[in-house]
Design a protein around this ligand. Structure first.
Ligand code: SF4
Ligand code: MG
Length: 330
């Protein structure tokens, strides 16, 4: 609730000193048990930082991360490590997170040895069991990361994340480094594991197609804010925010009914410098629908239908009255 995370930034593009950039700028997000929430946006949208806040790897400047209704801010020591164990992260590059000098059996059983005090000598069976859960042959246990394909390595890092039976898996671009066919295998594996264990997943991705494959709900982020949030099907069939429309324009959707209702928007230019945001709506420098009021009012996320919210003056009360002519429309 109300999550804000800033990072120091020494100078802006003009060489002037700037104190801090707000990577996450006031975000509310719920992840319900057994559900997948996708967070989608371009690089620099703050989605990875939001994932790190949810994993408690990073603490917010303000706002709260609650787990099972309980504020995690006051947790220290043993309590904090217990909660952290229930929040496991899978990253884009499984090679980077696996020690090249240790066997796969070692990588997968290490969390059990460290946290569950299972003895190394007796850990092979546990490792093989975990490998089987992610569809890998027990024979791989004696191999080293470099002997595995990218997809196999990502399965290993998922097995490792599952070792401690987490409540929430935070997957940050888990398939971006993989080829297309391996990508859907990994997403289907996550889906199967969720159905089997009731695991919640926070899926962070720049790719709407990936999020669509897995997520029950989707949150679209732009420059540190959620600009649209709702059930994935609603957002995909009827995107409301111009930025969401632009992201979806770039994705091929197999359902022709979806494509027909969709106006095509191609994003102009780059996102503005996050340390020097435009007044009003932060998307207005790239928005084809921008109106004069968009420079005045900073739109807040508001519900427009059940469970579907948007932060855009075209859809919320602060814009011009419905049907009123605007000089910049069209
Ligand atoms: Fe575009 Fe205005 Fe909506 Fe922002 S508030 S997305 S500038 S129409
Ligand atoms: Mg990222």
């Amino acid at each position: 609730r109300g999550l804000v995370k800033t990072f120091p930034l020494s100078r802006n593009v003009l060489g002037r000193p700037v104190s801090r950039v707000r990577a996450v700028d006031g975000v509310d997000l719920d992840v319900t048990a057994g559900m997948t929430v996708g967070v989608v946006g371009e690089s620099g949208s703050g989605k990875s930082t939001l994932g790190r806040l949810a994993s408690l790897l990073e603490r917010p400047d303000s706002g709260t991360v609650r787990l099972d209704g309980r504020d995690t801010a006051g947790l220290r020591g043993r309590e904090l490590s217990a909660v952290r164990r229930s929040l496991q992260v899978v990253f884009q590059d499984p090679f980077g997170s696996l020690d090249p000098t240790k066997t796969i059996a070692h990588a997968v059983s290490e969390p059990l040895i460290v946290h569950r005090r299972i003895r190394r000598a007796g850990s092979t069976e546990a490792a093989e069991e975990l490998l089987a859960r992610v569809g890998l042959d027990a024979g791989l246990a004696r191999r080293y990361p470099e002997q595995l394909s990218g997809g196999q390595r990502q399965r290993v890092s998922i097995a490792r994340a599952l070792a401690l039976a987490p409540w929430l898996l935070i997957a940050d671009e888990p398939t971006s480094a993989l080829d297309l066919s391996t990508r859907s295998e990994i997403l289907n594996l996550l889906l199967a594991l969720q159905q089997e264990t009731g695991l919640s997943i926070l899926l962070v991705s720049h790719d709407f197609a990936t999020v669509q494959h897995l997520a029950h709900r989707v949150a679209v982020m732009y420059l540190g804010r959620i600009v649209e949030e709702g059930p994935t099907l609603d957002v995909v069939r009827e995107p409301l925010h111009p930025y969401t429309k632009a992201l979806l324009s770039a994705v091929l959707v197999p359902d022709p009914r979806v494509q027909r209702n969709r106006s095509r928007i191609v994003l102009q230019g780059d996102a503005p410098n996050p340390a020097d945001l435009p007044s009003g709506c932060r998307f207005r420098t790239r928005c084809p629908y921008a109106m004069p009021s968009c420079a005045e009012v900073d739109p807040q996320l508001q519900p427009v239908s059940t469970g579907h919210s948007v932060a855009c003056l075209l859809h919320t009360g602060s814009g011009p009255p419905a049907g009123a002519p605007t000089s910049t429309s069209g």
